[in-house]
Design a binder for this molecule. Structure first.
Ligand code: IMP
Ligand code: MG
Length: 189
């Protein structure tokens, strides 16, 4: 038997919260719901990058309605796990969304600051409707009132990584959701 080598890249992780298989199953059922809700219509999917890249790639391939894709960039975390106040939303939309049905996609709904700022921007651009899809919802952290129509999993108030979510720009590539060791986020959440 070859010796099991510890993976130094995973040293910040405590445990797995949501497995790759569970994410896959949940995205399949969420996309069925979205397909039903938007049947016969055209949809503009807007991903909040970088965090939403993994979710939007998986979700998009399950959608059976006519879809266009665009991205906005937003960030409120400068380093590590510490929130840096108001999110900065960079309006980088290339598509005209006037009168369009928009599905806003992000990795996680936390304080709600980011998604409410992006939604305000999309409504100001005259989108007909804006609904939101997130993989994770940390309800306990909400600062501004915001609810997503499509939520993968409600999770406790812990700092998570993987499936697009980062800690210092690392771990976005994990195929599952892992919880950071408390010593890395103690006192920050
Ligand atoms: P909000 O504006 O506080 O809702 O934060 C949304 C953004 O904060 C997300 O798109 C993530 O980039 C980041 N974020 C919030 N919670 C976590 C977490 O537990 N792990 C990694 N990033 C997080
Ligand atoms: Mg993000």
């Amino acid at each position: 038997m070859p010796k099991k080598t510890p993976i130094p890249e995973l040293k910040h992780l405590d445990h797995i919260l949501v497995s790759e298989a569970a994410i896959k199953r949940r995205i399949a059922s969420l996309s069925e719901e979205i397909n039903r809700d938007y049947a016969g219509t055209h949809l503009t999917v807007i991903a909040v990058v970088n965090g939403a890249v993994v979710l939007v790639a998986d979700l998009l391939r399950k959608l059976r309605v006519q879809v266009r894709l665009d991205c906005v960039r937003a960030s409120s975390y400068h380093t590590g796990t510490q929130a840096a106040g108001k999110p900065v939303v960079i309006d980088s939309l290339k598509l005209d969304i006037t009168g369009q049905h928009v599905l806003l996609v992000d990795d996680i709904l936390d304080t709600g600051n980011t998604l409410s700022a992006v939604k305000t921007l999309l409504l100001a651009k005259q989108a007909a409707t804006v609904k939101t899809c997130v993989l994770l919802d940390k309800k306990a952290r909400r600062v501004v009132p915001f609810e997503a129509e499509y939520v993968g999993f409600e999770i406790p108030n812990e700092f998570v990584v993987g499936y697009g979510l980062d800690f210092n720009e690392r771990y976005r590539n994990l195929p599952c959701i892992g919880v950071l060791k408390p010593k890395y986020y103690a006192g920050l959440l």
